[in-house]
Design a protein. Structure first.
Length: 254
């Protein structure tokens, strides 16, 4: 089993550092400085960089990391422009990261961007800006249907999967979730817990898929209270994709 270290970066990003022995892999290094700091302090060798999508806050640090670790491999979405990419991926591949003895499943999860990838292995999911604590990414490039399908693919993983998303957005997301589904007791409990965690300056990530499925409105588009909330925003049918689209629109201006 590998260890995961959280590296806070930029405004509210998390860079995830996977490590075993003296070897390390980073996911979405939007900034190199805090990563170099950890690698150097702990005498780790960077063997690979995993990128979920092309946004600068997820890949801005690649250049500098490669200057220090020129033989590191860079995995990322084939259809997006990723600095120094050595291994373009489309989803469906299995990666074997030799240095960590780790097998990862690559999943195509378009919606936030068209090539967005998620990486899953040993019960951990690194999902970038697709699924967040209590929410989901904005649809910058994809359509509601493709994001719904992507979220369904993630939700089909085992309930105890730990969800390592790339931003600390949970508290604000849960405020929105409560507006959608005020009668959800698990959600109210989670919102209270998260408020306490954030008041102490601690992180709410990772969560688990079980928690997300019970409280994240974007995974609950068939639940009667969620459907009713979307219908109150003007949609005419109960189709889960239409419900999802209405929620996403509503959240954009919440
Ligand atoms: Zn993004």
């Amino acid at each position: 089993m590998f260890d995961v270290t959280r590296i806070p970066a930029l405004k509210d990003n998390y860079i995830w550092l996977l490590r075993k022995g003296a070897s390390a892999v980073v996911v979405d290094p939007g900034d190199a400085a805090p990563v170099l700091d950890v690698l150097q302090k702990e005498s780790l060798t960077l063997s690979s960089i995993l990128i979920t999508h092309h946004h600068k806050d997820h890949q801005g640090g690649i250049d500098t990391l490669l200057a220090h670790w020129p033989s590191a491999k860079v995995f990322g979405p084939a259809q997006e422009s990723i600095t120094g990419m050595t291994t373009p991926l489309r989803g469906g591949e299995r990666l074997h990261l030799v240095a960590l003895g780790l097998d990862l499943q690559v999943m195509a999860v378009p919606g936030h961007t068209l090539g967005h990838l998620a990486y899953y292995g040993e019960g951990r999911l690194f999902c970038g800006d697709t699924l967040f604590g209590g929410g989901c990414g904005r649809l910058f490039e994809g359509a509601p249907l493709s994001m719904c399908e992507s979220l369904a693919r993630l939700a089909a993983l085992p309930d105890d999967t730990r969800v390592y998303c790339a931003h600390e957005y949970t508290e604000a997301n849960l405020r929105f979730a409560l507006a959608v589904e005020p009668g959800n007791r698990a959600l109210r409990r989670r919102a209270d817990e998260v408020a306490v965690i954030r008041a102490k300056g601690l992180s709410t990530v990772p969560s688990t898929l079980a928690v997300e499925k019970a409280t994240n409105p974007f995974l609950r588009c068939k639940e009667p209270e969620v459907v009713a909330a979307a219908r109150a925003r003007g949609i005419a049918e109960n189709d889960p994709v239409a419900v999802f689209a209405a929620l996403r629109e509503w959240k954009n201006s919440f």
